[in-house]
Design a protein around this ligand. Sequence first.
Ligand code: C5P
Length: 214
Amino acid sequence: MDFVIAVDGPAASGKGTVAARLARTYELPFLDTGLLYRAVGMGVLDAHGDLDDPNAAEGVARALDAAGLSDDARLTTGEAGEAASRIAGYPGVRAALLDLQQAFAHQPGGAVLDGRDIGTVIAPAAPAKLFVTATPETRATRRWKQLTAKGDDISYEAMLADILKRDERDAGRGAAPMVQADDAVLLDTTDMDIEAAFDAARRIVEAARVRHGF
Ligand code: C5P
């Protein structure tokens, strides 16, 4: 079995930061799978396509070049997150992005992936699974601070509404809904800063390493 660390959870839960730091700590390659969905959503918008059209989104997903996505600042915007969550429920889009994610997860030596369905669909046999969450209000405050620091003009109330809408869409969809895997460890970061969240995450991974002999 490969040393795969699966990190799932809702927007602004801290999962991305925790996953990136775990990858550095264990010297494993890291994939932020949200970027794939963000790139597909923005690809549809760039082509003047309709986010409500599953075929348009699937076409973009099938043609997606995943190289260099982490350098594209446009993908970190609220617009990209919203577009991503609108196309992420299409089964054709998820199928188009499946092989790429599974190949990444199963490369020799292991990997860290973060997303919504890593522990349930992409790498269900991952030996270390975390489900990172926090209250919607805490997540909205975090995301609002991030976006306004970058110059985005958005109110806290609009941010909270956006977070709640994305939670509902991601958890309510039929295809690979966001759900905690049975064997994932829940990490609630509501009252934690990033250091505390990372320490807690590392303890969870260390326990999994002992269990699986990595
Ligand atoms: O994690 P991030 O905020 O970048 O994800 C953007 C959107 O992409 C999510 O709201 C979700 O709809 C979708 N997504 C997904 N499955 C993943 C990763 C992201 O459906 N594994």
